[in-house]
Design a protein around this ligand. Structure first.
Ligand code: TXA
Ligand code: MG
Length: 371
């Protein structure tokens, strides 16, 4: 039965359904758990995050531990909005450019890397002097962050809620597969697909008075470098935006060259990316080399996969593809094949989603590792 609840300043009473009510209770319990040093996985529009109180070093250490993540790889801090973001930065670091980016893209899939406040433990920043901050576009996540801040908290670290190196989780079930219920409470919004489905764009701002570039894209995502550049120019910063993603996996350590791309976001089976027109040939070749080899093909609606092949079919548009990509890789992996062949999904003509396709291809290359 629907209950009626009045908030202090609400002019119109909003009917609260039973499930909303239990969501609220779950969110409050989760926020309290975070404040007490516990871990809570939460949905976002990109992937599920593994949350802990960013200012509680013991809790943050636990996140690295259960993920199996190298401690030099910094964690993103999630906030409910710019007010909290400002408090996590060094004095004056949250400038007009940050304001412009946040007002254009927050809540949303953009992580802004800026000089950190002393409040932020070095464990969170991977030993470095900057912190990555993001306000996610998901009601459960925002509810959790607000409840956490009401309890006096500031910032929730949220790496993707997978074991380090594996495919990021896009459902609560994915998270539960990786961690024990005693270790991690999971908040679920029961959505079958995430709104975005791949991780946020990570952008590092360069000091205003430095020569060179205004900002560096450290990880590709749904927010494009072009859109970021446009917003920065709007604040009078006309320097170019640079791409430094080839040196970045989930690791912050510069790799000697793009050929040594770290394998990441990767299924357990050997994963290979094949051009659309070479699929049949690739299948024949694989079978000739090992007659009983088990293969799963991840293709799009426009691809022609030979009959009888085990296959997972994704939408052919960039938005639909990104939303379903990680579930598809996990489903393919669950069939326990020797090889997953992913058909290169790039459309032949420009569909206006170039930046999202670039982010998708970045994830596919990391899943497949060096050719
Ligand atoms: O969409 C997302 O960003 C998801 C959701 C849960 O918010 N989170 C996520 O976190 O993908 P994680 O930890 O899996 O990836 C964070 C990336 C890593 O590549 C990390 O190296 C980089 O952001 N990063 C975080 N803080 C940084 C910093 N201070 N400087 C440079 N890179 C940073
Ligand atoms: Mg991750």
């Amino acid at each position: 039965m629907a209950a009626i609840e009045r908030s202090n300043n609400a002019r119109v009473a909003k009917p609260v359904t039973h499930s909303e009510k239990s969501d609220e209770q779950a969110i409050d319990a989760a926020a309290a758990r975070l404040r007490a040093g516990g871990l809570v996985a939460f949905p976002t529009e990109t992937v599920f995050g593994l949350g802990a109180d960013a200012l509680n070093e013991i809790a943050v250490r636990r996140v690295y531990e259960i993920k199996g993540r190298p401690s030099r790889n910094p964690l993103i801090v999630h906030v409910s909005g710019v007010e909290a973001a400002r408090r996590l930065c060094a004095d004056g670091a949250w400038d007009a450019r940050c304001e412009a980016l946040a007002s254009a893209f927050w809540p949303g899939p953009l992580t802004i890397v800026v000089p950190k406040s002393e409040r932020v433990p070095e464990l969170v920043s991977g030993g470095g002097a900057s912190v990555g901050i993001r306000c996610p576009r998901n009601n459960i996540a925002l509810g959790l962050l607000r409840a956490f801040e009401r309890l006096g908290g500031l910032g929730v670290v949220g790496p993707s809620a997978n074991r380090s190196g594996y495919v990021s989780p896009t459902t609560a079930a994915h998270v539960r597969e990786a961690f024990n219920a005693e270790d991690v409470m999971v908040l679920d919004d029961a959505e079958a697909t995430r709104e975005v489905g791949i991780e946020s764009t990570v952008v590092r701002l360069r000091p205003r008075d430095s020569k060179g570039v205004s900002a560096e894209i450290l990880r590709l995502g749904a927010v494009s470098a072009e859109a970021i550049g446009r917003m920065l120019r709007g604040t009078g910063d006309n320097r170019p935006v640079a791409m430094v993603t080839h040196a970045q996996g989930e690791s912050n350590v510069a790799l000697p060259g793009p050929g040594l791309l770290e394998v990441h976001y990767a299924p357990r089976a050997t994963c290979r990316l094949v051009p659309r027109e070479q699929l049949v040939e690739a299948l024949d070749r694989a079978r000739r080399m090992r007659p009983h080899t088990a293969i799963v093909v991840v293709a799009t609606e426009r691809d022609q996969v030979p009959e009888g092949m085990r296959q997972i079919v994704l939408p052919e548009d960039a938005v639909g593809y990104a939303r379903r990509l990680y579930s598809a890789l996990r489903d393919a992996d669950a069939m326990e094949p020797d090889t997953i062949l992913v058909v290169d999904p790039m459309p032949l003509t420009d569909d206006g989603h170039g930046a999202l396709w670039d982010a998708i291809m970045d994830r596919l290359r990391r899943a497949c590792g060096p050719a």
